[in-house]
Design a protein around this ligand. Structure first.
Ligand code: NAD
Ligand code: UDP
Length: 311
């Protein structure tokens, strides 16, 4: 039986990944410090004998044996949470990755690193393909995350070149779905929770900035396919939905789909908020035979139903 370590496994994406790996017959070790992860999420798997939970912080070394694959997801992903303790975030993104790469060396395990479209910063190339080096402010409030994730990619490539580690780098674009926390702070969960509770919908800036929203099931499929590529294929590879929307479009959709009476209010745009973001997924189409299957309307429908039961 394949033994798979999922760091950040109690978080939003991690929960979906643990479920998928368990369904595929893997033994899953979910490691998390529960900073933004939820015990309720992992409670779903507690009775499964092939699921283990380890309360651990990846900033500290972790020793275990007989691991075949590591999915390194541990890192807060919402701007609110990664800026809460910026020094801790960059330690997670750098020291945490070093610890997981060392673990991969000792176990001769493959490791998939959850990188991000944030490595492109406020992009001047649109859509973004993997050969674009990005436009990141190295000293701004987002840089603990952006630069941390960029360094994470550097470390993966260095361990690959120097120690022969089999690495897989994915650049995840804005992903949403069930198991996001209602207070996660990211735009999709914020708008849906606000709409369902009749609270004002908070648009930061003018709302003309764009994002491309990927439903989590599409991402998980891409992650599994990436892990299963030939050993010499490292990526980085973009995983995202190329359909691009303004934040105003998203607010209108959520209001319409929830039938909410919420008003829209405008708040200051956060510092260094990227103006546009859309993945070029040609590489994923070619190498993984993958493209997103779930439209924003369908995906939002699932998440609205999910939050209706919880708000
Ligand atoms: P999340 O915040 O829901 O999950 C992150 C998980 O990591 C949480 O369970 C948290 O408790 C855990 N964690 C944080 N720091 C840790 C540490 N030092 N040690 C151990 N565990 C720690 O976020 P998510 O959306 O599920 O994101 C998962 C990964 O995907 C992150 O690495 C993130 O950077 C990346 N990513 C996500 C998106 C997205 O849109 N969701 C986009 C780009 C990249
Ligand atoms: N945003 C917004 N209202 C919110 C939360 C976010 O208008 O309540 C905006 C945010 O400024 C950004 C976009 O929505 O332009 C996506 O934000 P999110 O935090 O989800 O992800 P990001 O792509 O910025 O990491």
């Amino acid at each position: 039986m394949k033994r798979v370590l999922v760091t950040g496994g109690a978080g939003f994406i991690g929960t979906h990944l643990c479920r998928r790996l368990l369904n595929e017959g893997c033994h899953v070790i979910c490691l998390d410090n529960l900073f933004t992860g939820s015990e309720q999420n992992i409670a779903l798997f507690r009775s499964n004998p092939d699921f283990e939970f380890v309360l651990h912080d990846i900033v500290n070394p972790y020793e275990t044996t007989d691991i075949d694959e590591i999915y390194n997801l541990a890192c807060p992903a919402s701007p609110v949470h990664y800026q809460y303790d910026a020094i801790k975030t960059i330690k997670t993104a750098v020291m945490g990755v070093i610890n997981m790469l060392d673990l991969a060396v000792k176990n001769r395990a493959k490791i998939l690193q959850a990188s991000t479209s944030e490595v492109y910063g406020d992009p001047v190339v649109h859509p973004q393909n993997e050969s674009y080096w990005g436009n990141v402010n190295p000293i701004g409030p987002r840089s603990c995350y952006d630069e941390g994730k960029r360094c994470g990619e550097t470390l993966c490539m260095d361990y690959h070149r120097q120690n022969g580690v089999c690495i897989k780098i994915i650049r995840i674009f804005n992903t949403y779905g069930p198991y996001m926390l209602p207070n996660d702070g990211r735009v999709v969960s914020n708008f849906i929770v606000q709409a369902l509770q009749g609270e004002p919908i908070t648009i930061y800036g003018t709302g003309e900035q764009t994002r491309s929203f990927q439903y989590v099931d599409d991402l998980i499929e891409g992650m599994i396919r990436m892990m299963n590529t030939e050993n010499d294929f490292t990526g980085p590879i973009n995983l995202g939905n190329p359909e691009e929307f303004t934040i105003l479009d998203l607010a209108r959709k959520v209001i319409e789909m929830t039938g909410s009476k919420s008003e829209v209010i405008f708040k200051p745009l956060p510092h260094d908020d990227p103006r546009q973001r859309k993945p070029d997924i040609s590489l994923a189409r070619k190498m993984l035979n993958w493209e997103p299957q779930i439209s924003l309307d369908d995906g939002l429908g699932h998440v609205i139903n999910y939050f209706k039961e919880r708000c």
